[in-house]
Design a protein around this ligand. Sequence first.
Ligand code: HEC
Length: 110
Amino acid sequence: MNRVAITFAVACALALPWSVHARGNVDNGKSKSQACAACHGPEGNKPVGPDFPIIAGQHADYLSKALRDYKSGARANPIMKGFAASLSKQDIEDLAAYFAGQASPLQTHR
Ligand code: HEC
């Protein structure tokens, strides 16, 4: 291996964990969450009614999968499809990171 190939290999090895574990940005998620508050509550923990799920404190992976599935149609819900449709991949990660970190009635052991 020449020096360029080694440098490239090392750079890839270092970059890989970041790309695989791309995580959302909580602060960006917070500002993007304004639209969600109307139904899920300001921090996702006080939904407006029994048909609206608590999303605060849910696992980030679960939240991002739910949003991707609404967007793709794999999970069918006319209300959430509309909201998920306009979200980018990064929006989804940011929102998932934000809501996962909020205090929640789902976590009684905290
Ligand atoms: C107009 C009301 C409304 C708004 C606004 C809204 N949602 Fe929802 N959301 C719902 C309803 C109703 C469901 C339950 C749908 C179902 O049964 O799949 C839901 C479900 C979800 C779920 C799945 C929860 C679970 O336990 O599986 C996630 C995640 C979610 N919403 C995130 C968001 C995010 C993020 C936003 C803002 C971008 C948002 N929602 C805005 C009404 C809303």
